[in-house]
Design a binder for this molecule. Sequence first.
Ligand code: PLP
Length: 356
Amino acid sequence: MLNIRYQLTENLKKKPEKGQPLGFGKIVTDHMFMMNYTEGLGWHDPRIVPYQHISLAPTAMVFHYGQTMFEGLKAYLDEEGRVRLFRPDMNAKRAINSNRRLCIPEIPEEDFVQAVKALVKTEKDWIPTEPGTSLYIRPFVIATDEFLGVAPSKTYLFMIILSPSGAYYASGLEPVGIWIEDDYVRAVRGGMGFAKTGGNYAASLAGQVKAHNDGYSQVLWLDGVERKYIEEVGAMNIFFVIDGKVVTPMLNGSILPGITRDSVITLCKSWGLDVEERRISADELIEAQKAGRLDECFGTGTAAVISPVGKLRYKDDVMEISGGKIGRLSQKLYDTVTGIQTGKLEDPFGWSVIVE
Ligand SMILES: *Cc1c(COP(=O)(O)O)cnc(C)c1O
């Protein structure tokens, strides 16, 4: 149990107006959580303080070698006015795995969840309630040693910040166009693709810029060795419906194990659908699409929940999927996952956690 110290401000910011577009990650709340790590002392001084800038030396290791970890989850206000989180224990467990890969000391699962709950409770009034909106929660760790040598830092800062976020799509689910990148790669097995860390995103930017310049909104990455097998989208895992079966790349070390991915697999299985976690080559996809066997394609991730894909480009092939519309399964999954998250639907798996 963390003994969290509270230093609250009375100088509260103006909250967004009802109906005002919130966007994503632009607005921050009044307070944030901070906790330091010092070798020999462990994690210490957990505190909730006014949101403020932090001061670091230019030699702070995070600026040079990218020793960082982050997480992302959301809080919702249900119809009874209670605060709900979606599977926060999974974020805490994944943070431990990311930290291990990056030689960052682990944050115990219960401390991570306690810190998230404490901050969200403090900032409850910031949770937006319009359909599709939520309070985005961003926990992260940075290495703070003042040292230009390459080694794991001996000091760290763990922080949590909150951002009220709008509906991902302005008008319902909108299918996106995806670019299958066959030159750049994001991650390789043995690297840190399974960890949620800034470096993977830095590696993805050049491909993303290329895709945007061509009018595609996201990149679908291929495996880093053969550049043949489908891995995942920038910040989403990817699913296909082929011959009525739900197919998604298996977790192989270079793919981020998404919590939405896990939830979608569990739901599909509970509905009696065949789910295959396996290798899928880009060629297999093209063939399936040409033979009319590729029924749906969608991405899964906390930000968009379910993101239907209407168009896939691979080399010279541009494939239209589901007639460029939202597939039946994509819509059903979106409705079910968001229904459970907001407490509107029954929660047979105990995923939705009420913050007392
Ligand atoms: C966060 C993330 C995802 C999605 O994970 P969720 O837990 O479902 O939000 C997928 N891919 C990458 C690279 C990510 O960083």
